[in-house]
Structures are given as structure tokens and as C-alpha cells.
Design a protein around this ligand. Structure first.
Ligand SMILES: Nc1nc2c(ncn2[C@@H]2O[C@H](COP(=O)(O)OP(=O)(O)OP(=O)(O)O)[C@@H](O)[C@H]2O)c(=O)[nH]1
Ligand SMILES: [Mg+2]
Length: 229
């Protein structure tokens, strides 16, 4: 795992880490989405996640090295009480459903409610994910309605862990927002330090706009995995 936090020319640390948490009904494809993103691979026989699995992937966003820490929770009911502990300090929470199964889509209400109880909206993006689009999207409207009912600006991503369609775009969009937020926060910390006199010189220009990501994948640095992928 990169540990280099040397300040760069713009005063920002050279490595930013984002905690991305995946929740949702059992069998909806959380592990498969992560697997597709990290390894560009899909398995028809993905075993259910026990408790939690963790993977790491380094990417380049707007020429800046970023580390995605991917927290894959278990959807089975027996593990549910464990999930809230993972929401803490999340940069983004992906609330996933199988868009072809009504029960899975209905369960979004439960997960979104849990997120509203345990996550901090000022620091955590919430993204609703309608997975398995390769099989069609018969309940997409219901997914969007649940997302809107939770919070008006909650986006719905449509993707397929099987074909890979929409998966990289989704990570790119979410990662870019995480990056924008982190840069704004660092810039305002610098300005605060300057105004309180704790920093001798500071660059007073506004944060650099974050251009759309052109290069996404650099390498995978899996540091631990509780299961055999
Ligand atoms: N057709 C299709 N099948 C998928 C897709 N994503 C996952 N699957 C299949 O759905 C099943 C469940 O996928 P998982 O990724 O294990 O689901 P999960 O949400 O991690 O399940 P839990 O760990 O039990 O919570 C597996 O058989 C996958 O092969 C998809 O996009 N399309
Ligand atoms: Mg799983």
C-alpha cells in the first residue's frame, strides 16, 4: 500500500485514499462488481461473502494517484448487524441491488434507511446501483424512486458486473467526486491555516478544477483478501 504522503508543489499530499463501501441484498452482485473493477473478470459461481472482504486498487484520476479501498460487505441477514461499523469515514457508499429481482430492489429501502442512520451525508456520497443490466432492467424505475425518496440528488448507476458495462464509468464518476471533495477540503484547511497565521505562505488560488478522468487503471495492489477470489 502506498504510504507516501510527501507534500506536492500544490501543498497536497501525493496519495489520497478513499474508502468505498458496498452494501445491499444477498446475491445482488456486490463482490462481482468489485471483482470486475479490480481484476476485469467475472465468475458465474461467486461464493457468498462471509462477513466482509477487503480489496485495494490504485488508480490515476486527473494525473493524481488515488487509492480506492473497497469494503465488500455480506448481504446475508445473519451478517447484517456487522455492517454499520463499516460506514464510518466512508467517502462513498454503493447501495446495490439486482435490478431484475423485485425483492432485491425492495430491499434498497432497508439499506438506504441504514445508511441514513449511520453515515455522515456531509462527507459520504451515496450511490444507488442497479446491477445485472445484462439481464434487463425491469425494475429500474423503482430503483430510481427509492434513490429519490432517500435524497433528491442520489444518483442511480446502471451496470453489469458480468459484461463490465457501466462499471468503470461508475467508479470514475464516484472517484472524481471524492477527489474534488478532498481537494476542496485540503484547500480550505490551507486557507484556514493561513488566516490563523499557522502557515507562513499559502497558495491563495482557488482549487484546480478536476478534469474528466482520461486514464483510469494503473495497477492493482491487493494487500489482503479474506477469501480466494
Ligand atoms: N447475469 C449477471 N449475474 C451476475 C452479475 N453480478 C453478479 N452476478 C451473479 O450473481 C451471483 C451473486 O453475485 P455476488 O457478487 O456474489 O453477490 P453479492 O452481492 O456479493 O452476494 P453476498 O456476498 O451474498 O452479499 C453470482 O452467481 C454472480 O455470478 C451481473 O451483472 N449479471
Ligand atoms: Mg459478496
Amino acid at each position: 500500500m502506498p504510504t507516501d504522503t510527501t507534500p506536492t508543489h500544490d501543498g497536497l499530499s501525493s496519495s489520497l485514499e478513499f474508502k468505498l463501501v458496498f452494501v445491499g441484498a444477498a446475491n445482488c452482485g456486490k463482490t462481482s462488481l468489485i471483482h470486475q473493477f479490480v481484476s476485469s473478470h467475472f465468475s458465474e459461481r461467486m461464493p457468498p461473502t462471509a462477513a466482509m472482504a477487503y480489496r485495494v486498487k490504485d488508480v490515476l484520476l486527473n494525473d493524481r494517484r488515488v487509492q480506492f479501498q473497497l469494503w465488500d460487505t455480506a448481504g446475508q441477514e445473519k451478517f447484517r448487524s456487522m455492517v454499520p461499523q463499516y460506514y464510518r469515514d466512508a467517502s462513498a457508499i454503493f447501495v446495490v441491488c439486482d435490478g431484475t429481482v423485485k425483492e432485491s430492489v425492495d430491499e434498497l429501502r432497508y439499506w438506504l434507511h441504514q445508511v441514513s442512520l449511520h453515515a455522515d451525508p456531509s462527507r459520504t456520497q451515496v450511490v444507488t446501483v442497479c446491477n445485472k443490466s445484462d439481464l434487463g432492467t425491469p425494475f429500474l424505475k423503482a430503483v430510481q424512486e427509492h434513490a429519490q425518496a432517500f435524497q433528491e440528488a442520489t444518483p442511480t448507476e446502471v451496470c453489469s458486473a458480468k459484461s463490465g458495462r457501466g462499471v468503470f464509468d461508475m467508479f470514475e464518476r464516484v472517484g472524481t467526486k471524492c477527489l474534488e471533495k478532498a481537494l476542496e477540503k485540503q484547500q480550505s484547511t490551507l486557507l484556514k491555516s493561513a488566516s490563523t497565521g499557522t502557515l507562513e505562505s499559502v497558495q491563495l488560488s482557488s482549487p484546480k478544477p478536476v478534469a474528466p478522468v482520461s486514464v483510469m487503471e494503473v495497477k492493482c495492489t491487493e494487500i489482503s483478501c479474506k477469501r480466494c477470489w
